[in-house]
Design a binder for this molecule. Sequence first.
Ligand SMILES: Nc1ncnc2c1ncn2[C@@H]1O[C@H](COP(=O)(O)OP(=O)(O)OP(=O)(O)O)[C@@H](O)[C@H]1O
Length: 636
Amino acid sequence: MNEQPPFDIVLREQQRLSELLSSIEETARQNRTKIANHETYMAELKKERLDSVSWREKNSLTEKLIENDAFDPAKYLASFQMTDSPYFGIVGINDCDRRLGAREYRIGKQGFVSHDNRALVVDWRKAPISRFFYDYELGDEYCETIQGKEREGVITRRDTVEIAKRRLRRMECGDDVFELAGGGWVKNPKQYHSTTDTKLANQDHRMVDIVSLISPDQFHMITAEATDGCTLITGGAGSGKTVVSLHRLSCLQFNDPDRFTPERCLVLMFNKVLRNYVRQTSADLLGTTRVDTFSAWALSAITALTGKVIKPVVGDALTARKKSSRLSALLARYVREVQEVEPLQDLWRFYGQPYVLDALFVDGTGREEFLADLRLRYSVRSQAVSFADLSVLLRLCQLRENEGPVREALDWYAHIIVDEGQDLSLLELEAILAATDRHSSITLSADSRQKILSWVDAADFDLFRTNLKEVGVSNETLSVSYRCPTEIMALAARISNRDSEQVGRHSGALEYHRAEDEEGALALLRRLVEQLTSEDRNSLTAVICKKKSDEKMLHKALAGIPGLHQQGELTFEPGALVTIAHQVKGVEFANVILYDPNSRNFRKSALDRNLLYVCVTRASRRLDIVYWRELAAGLA
Ligand SMILES: Nc1ncnc2c1ncn2[C@@H]1O[C@H](COP(=O)(O)OP(=O)(O)OP(=O)(O)O)[C@@H](O)[C@H]1O
């Protein structure tokens, strides 16, 4: 392949890259030598100490060993991990201060300082420098305070590059794109490059980072200094709430590593699907920070507080009542008035208090049966906790604990990210807040249009927001939707009865496919899935239906199509999958086929409208609607 580019700008960048790679290698070599020399010296000292017969000499050698250990080069010479793709951005400035003058910075996912002490790559989280890249356009004048000094000047270059396996593959410079295509370098007009393009190229549809794409608005949120209290990020579907929160935590950890250690940070996701979707990127950005569902974290927090391992059962007819915001104040009262040592006995006793029963059974129906059941549970010391009991039990245990911080459960975390906060109950939100240290530092993302759980009271979130005022709350709004093309966002606006959001720059497709009957719709669906998967084998198509029973039936109807994922398996490999609406919140697919969204399955209630909004906004490229009966309101 002839990769000799006919473009000077590309040639110069290839040269820069090659020099950088040589420097990375040389630095690594010198570091290895320094570390080896240190190890040899330490081994010699240890041997000398072993051979020595004088205790004075032994003591002096021990001191020397301790002293030298503090200067172990392995501790401070961080190895550079990003050699395959050392940087993604280039920003040039011409500063009015002549000592600084004209210079360029390369921005990467990890900073690199060479053996001869030159900062050749700047970490994207080093806001004072990376701000030039994220906050400004080519030709803009800047005025910034950097390390206490006023800096003024002009931005002379702002390019994005793609480097893979140590080779330059693409450069975006102003309106031009230079890229390797079909064996040589070509120049094209700039086109919008979305994260879906990256996913297709990687053949992996899990979340990707957006470090090279962060918008100025997002940059401000991501790099905002840690404050006490809650940062509430709101915004419509696909506006970047999840990615922005994760990048924000990455910045906090980078800039204040002593406070935001991975074990003192926590990311809570809506369900396992969303957790799996973000896991790779969260690991890249946040290292070993725990990313989990609320239930999984609550279980471990209960264990940390009580020493008990709980195995909750699924299904509880009283779920909505046990999530009621009224229980919050009642728990506080109960803990003040009643003493009970055993945690589960404590829970049964709490439910049995007359004022709790009044709150749970407003019209009295079912109250006596519940009380009889509680008495039985108390007498046999029942351990049968349901998922709905978890937040009550956790809050109860937190309120009972008087001894101060408890690892991963109480007064412990330096920062917690809560995604999809609108679907958490007041008790769940309060338990999370109680798990933070005295700074109550939380990033909470939420979109009221995507509230889909019937058992959570819609007012809970507002109540929590009001309560948060005590610890401090700052509101941030993301207003551009990057995921969905214009056509789909216009439909989403109709469904949610709200104004259409500002949309990123890509276009897509929205098509309706009407069949005569169910049989016709299934045949149509099959043809569509076959067409979409064969047209682009790297893409991921999700068929979304409302009911669990339809999921099985649709999977059967699509059997044999190459690339069809196993039933019930929601992975993000290329191909096609069938899933239900409640599983897909927070995630996205290149293509979505919404199957049979009829007016009986999606009624005019707020929850159904929200669910429909969630479904249509999962598509980053195209949305197809297959139907044969009356469409749900908003779709027609
Ligand atoms: N500045 C950006 N430039 C390009 N793409 C972006 C940008 N910010 C976010 N995205 C992309 O937009 C999509 C949506 O991001 P994300 O999932 O974080 O949004 P969200 O607000 O959490 O959505 P939802 O509420 O639907 O879960 C992702 O594919 C993400 O990579």
